[in-house]
Design a binder for this molecule. Structure first.
Ligand SMILES: *[C@@H]1O[C@H](CO)[C@@H](O)[C@H](O)[C@H]1NC(C)=O
Ligand SMILES: *[C@@H]1O[C@H](CO)[C@@H](O)[C@H](O)[C@H]1NC(C)=O
Ligand SMILES: *[C@@H]1O[C@H](CO)[C@@H](O)[C@H](O)[C@H]1NC(C)=O
Ligand SMILES: *[C@@H]1O[C@H](CO)[C@@H](O)[C@H](O)[C@H]1NC(C)=O
Ligand SMILES: *[C@@H]1O[C@H](CO)[C@@H](O)[C@H](O)[C@H]1NC(C)=O
Ligand SMILES: *[C@@H]1O[C@H](CO)[C@@H](O)[C@H](O)[C@H]1NC(C)=O
Ligand SMILES: *[C@@H]1O[C@H](CO)[C@@H](O)[C@H](O)[C@H]1NC(C)=O
Ligand SMILES: *[C@@H]1O[C@H](CO)[C@@H](O)[C@H](O)[C@H]1NC(C)=O
Ligand SMILES: *[C@@H]1O[C@H](CO)[C@@H](O)[C@H](O)[C@H]1NC(C)=O
Ligand SMILES: *[C@@H]1O[C@H](CO)[C@@H](O)[C@H](O)[C@H]1NC(C)=O
Ligand SMILES: *[C@@H]1O[C@H](CO)[C@@H](O)[C@H](O)[C@H]1NC(C)=O
Ligand SMILES: *[C@@H]1O[C@H](CO)[C@@H](O)[C@H](O)[C@H]1NC(C)=O
Length: 673
């Protein structure tokens, strides 16, 4: 009240900013006016750090092999299509074939045999075109393979050349040589080496090649032919940098993995078997992909959990619960081995290395510190298998909760079981569904099991398809309208953080060349990553997370503060405006989330009670633009930047400020209070 100059400066600064930015423009005739009153008192309910999460629905849309997993070589161990040379071809003289005699390992029973019947007279060898091409940049690649020469076979000069070229081999971008002259015949030998790339190409129609000099002859065998670019956080056997970064930028509090459906597998034998995914790559058999191709499980349990740590999240670990996608459930009296399997897995991840054999195994594999496992989900979508979940859930839960008292176990349905500590809800729907269900989680009676909204997304922008969202109008990409509706739902999560553990759009990743499901949060090809509207909205929520809820009420000409009651107009919503006021107490920051699901702009006057500060705040906004139909704006492979987050400063005086929230928009306001 006394510091009159500062607010004046502030107002002037605010005016200048508003005028100079030329935004937001307000159509005065078309505007609703709302007053929002926020109480800055530190007594609100806590918001867990897990609130906005992610899922690695492994194998879907080639999201791990051919996606997040940085391996460039497709079919590196000849497992695709039931054992094949798919993706491989020979050049020059000689031929390639499969052989199974004296395999590298029982896990990888098939290898490639390259045969030169006559002395070669030109450079000859074989190639791999990558998953859908190979993105080559000027950097060092790490390549490796197992090699064996048979009998009298010889390599002229003793050296193989390995590198990258264009698809016809005439243009070489990177090259390395390895000396095989001293390798005894008929024995597998592991080579690991660097391929420096010295020339650029924007095309991804490139190949990885292994070349024998002229004058070579005989039979040579190869397996686990592998090549990585530099990975996220430089992890060996790690993640593709741009995809991993996009994942990390969501600032997910948790990542649920592995699966979805990939946890269950097509059959019980093809389920996720954790200890098939942890050893040396040559000892990982992989399995038939649940969604597509072959699942190498090269990005196995340790790689998955290390990635989750690297992006600053915690895992929600899904464990196999005795049901697979062919509809077969393990009978009740045969469940014990499957329960033991989970005990071994959880011991492996959490037990001390000094006095537990599974903990010791983890240490032998290079990880002595236990992983931080707070949430374990038992099964996947067992509302499809509720009749057997009625015995499977208690069988697993009763044993596991005894043994791991600090882990919260999450059920996948409450259809046939009672009072689990937590349950995972999934919804794929139209925008109207999520908007109409804004109060869903405040309407469930307390006390309630905790809720993970493990999968949700708008899959169809046509509200009339609410009873058949998988029918006509299924989206390829999320739109602004999709993102707005999802954000309304997400505001409901924050407001109900007494029960909500967190929620996540699903699925997250899509390789544009191998798609089983749309829409997705992130779509990529070999060289680019496209962030959808829903991605941008989730990122706004994930990057701006308060740790307590502040009480807030909205009023307008027809509602006064006195009339606002919990669960009624003015509490969390007013008309088509949805909001949640939160605070990040460590830096005393107001984080106000606003979603306008109205065809008109909304003008809002905010007053934060209990602060006298005058300071600059920021608003981030995602919208289609004035007069643009929000269903028509999508970030796609062809038009990756149709929508983007706009960030603007504003000035608040004594906790008071006014802003315009455009029609069909998502806004996050941050302000020191
Ligand atoms: C917030 O509002 C609720 C009722 O809506 C009330 O019980 C609670 O005391 C309020 N908290 C604060 C800090 O004002
Ligand atoms: C595989 O290798 C063995 C041993 O060299 C050979 O006898 C057999 O004919 C090969 N099989 C095929 C299918 O090439
Ligand atoms: C590749 O590795 C070599 C040898 O370690 C190093 O000299 C070179 O700078 C690296 N190149 C790139 C692009 O990092
Ligand atoms: C490969 O590079 C050579 C030399 O630049 C060029 O002549 C040839 O057309 C290229 N092949 C393809 C398929 O681009
Ligand atoms: C390959 O290694 C052998 C044994 O160490 C050596 O005698 C030979 O000179 C090497 N060849 C080349 C081309 O470096
Ligand atoms: C790099 O590529 C350009 C054209 O693509 C070519 O002219 C040049 O010779 C290449 N450089 C090397 C070192 O191969
Ligand atoms: C390759 O391309 C990048 C990005 O366009 C550029 O920064 C770099 O200098 C290029 N390197 C070479 C060797 O041409
Ligand atoms: C094949 O090449 C090797 C060495 O290059 C030579 O010793 C041998 O005589 C050649 N064999 C034939 C059949 O040309
Ligand atoms: C995995 O664990 C099971 C016991 O649950 C054991 O029978 C199996 O041999 C193990 N597999 C590997 C590859 O270690
Ligand atoms: C195993 O070791 C850990 C860490 O050293 C210790 O906390 C735990 O009590 C031990 N458990 C048993 C059963 O000895
Ligand atoms: C559970 O957590 C408590 C508190 O952090 C800890 O003291 C205890 O050792 C943990 N118990 C187990 C079985 O990990
Ligand atoms: C990959 O996507 C980017 C961005 O959408 C596009 O520019 C590029 O042409 C695509 N590459 C291929 C090989 O499709």
């Amino acid at each position: 009240m006394k510091q009159i100059t500062l607010p004046l400066v502030g107002f002037i600064a605010c005016l200048i900013i508003k005028i100079s930015s030329g935004w937001p423009t307000v159509n005065e005739n078309n505007i609703n006016v709302v007053s929002l009153n926020i109480d800055n008192a530190n007594t609100g309910q806590n918001i867990p750090s897990t609130m906005h999460g992610a899922i690695l629905e492994t194998n879907i849309n080639r999201d791990d092999d051919g996606g997040l997993y940085a391996e460039l070589i497709y079919n590196r161990a000849f497992q695709e299509k039931g054992g094949s040379l798919d993706g491989w071809s020979s050049f020059g003289q000689g031929s390639i074939a499969l052989n199974t005699s004296q395999p590298l390992s029982s896990a990888l029973p098939v290898h490639l045999r390259y045969s030169l019947i006559e002395n070669s007279t030109s450079p000859s060898g074989f190639r791999n075109g990558g998953f859908y091409g190979i993105n080559i940049q000027v950097q060092n690649y790490t390549a490796s393979f197992f090699y064996r020469s048979l009998g009298e076979a010889y390599v002229a000069g003793g050296q193989l050349s390995i590198g990258f070229s264009n698809s016809t081999g005439q243009m070489t971008y990177g090259l390395s040589t390895i000396n095989v002259s001293i390798i005894p015949a008929d024995n597998w030998f592991h080579f690991s080496f660097t391929i420096p790339v010295f020339n650029n190409t924007s095309s991804v129609k490139n190949v990885f090649f292994v070349e024998f000099p002229p004058g070579s002859k005989g039979d040579f065998e190869f397996n686990l032919v592998s090549c990585f670019p530099p990975t996220y956080k430089d992890r060996v056997n790690g993640a593709r940098r741009d995809i991993a970064q996009a994942f990390a930028d969501l600032k997910p509090g948790y990542v649920r993995l592995p699966g979805g459906n990939d946890l269950e597998g097509h059959t019980i034998l093809e389920r996720f078997i954790w200890n098939n995914t942890i050893d040396l790559l040559e000892n990982r058999p992989g399995r038939r992909g649940t969604w597509t191709g072959y699942n190498t499980e090269g990005f196995g349990l340790i790689e998955l959990l290390t990635f989750v740590e690297d992006i600053g999240a915690i895992p929600v670990l899904a464990v196999y619960a005795g049901y697979s996608l062919d509809g077969k459930a393990v009978p009740q009296d045969e469940l014990q081995p499957y329960i033991n399997e989970v005990i071994n897995e959880l011991d492996f991840l959490t037990a001390s290395a000094s006095n537990n054999s599974m903990g010791a195994l983890r240490e032998r594999l290079g990880r002595s510190e236990p992983f931080d496992i707070k949430y374990v989900e038992i099964g996947n979508e067992d509302f499809f298998a509720a009749s057997s979940y009625s015995y499977r859930w208690p069988a697993f839960y009763n044993v596991l909760s005894q043994r791991y008292p600090n882990i919260t176990f999450i059920a996948t349905t409450t259809k046939s079981i009672s009072s689990p500590p937590a349950v995972d809800d999934h919804d794929y729907q139209v925008p109207l569904f999520f908007i109409q269900n804004f109060r869903r989680y405040e309407n469930i009676p307390r006390p309630s099991p905790k809720v993970l909204v493990g999968e949700f997304s708008v899959i169809n922008d046509d509200d009339s398809q609410i009873n058949n969202p998988f029918g006509a109008g299924r989206l390829d990409y999320p739109s602004i309208k999709s993102a707005v509706a999802e954000s309304v739902y997400r505001i409901g999560f924050e407001r109900n953080s007494d029960v909500i553990i967190g929620g996540c759009y699903a699925p997250v990743l899509q390789n544009i060349f191998n798609t089983q499901w749309t829409p997705n949060l992130i779509v990529f090809n070999d060289s680019s990553v496209v962030k959808s509207t829903s991605y941008l909205a989730q990122k706004m929520f994930g990057q701006n997370l308060g740790n307590i809820i502040l009480n807030s009420t909205a009023t307008n000409s027809s509602f006064t503060h006195q009339s606002v009651e919990k669960g009624q107009e003015g509490d969390g919503k007013l008309g088509n405006l949805y909001f949640v006021a939160t605070k990040r107490t460590n830096d005393s920051m107001l984080i106000l989330k606003l979603v306008n699901a109205d065809q008109n702009d909304i003008y809002i006057r905010v007053q934060v009670q209990g602060t006298t500060l005058c300071c600059e705040g920021f608003m981030e906004i995602l919208t289609a633009g004035p007069g643009v139909d929000p269903t028509t704006v999508q970030n796609t492979m062809v038009n990756p930047n149709a929508a983007s987050i706009v960030r603007r400063p504003f000035w608040s005086v004594g906790g008071a400020f006014s802003i315009t929230i455009p029609s069909w928009s998502i806004m996050v306001v941050t302000l020191p209070i």
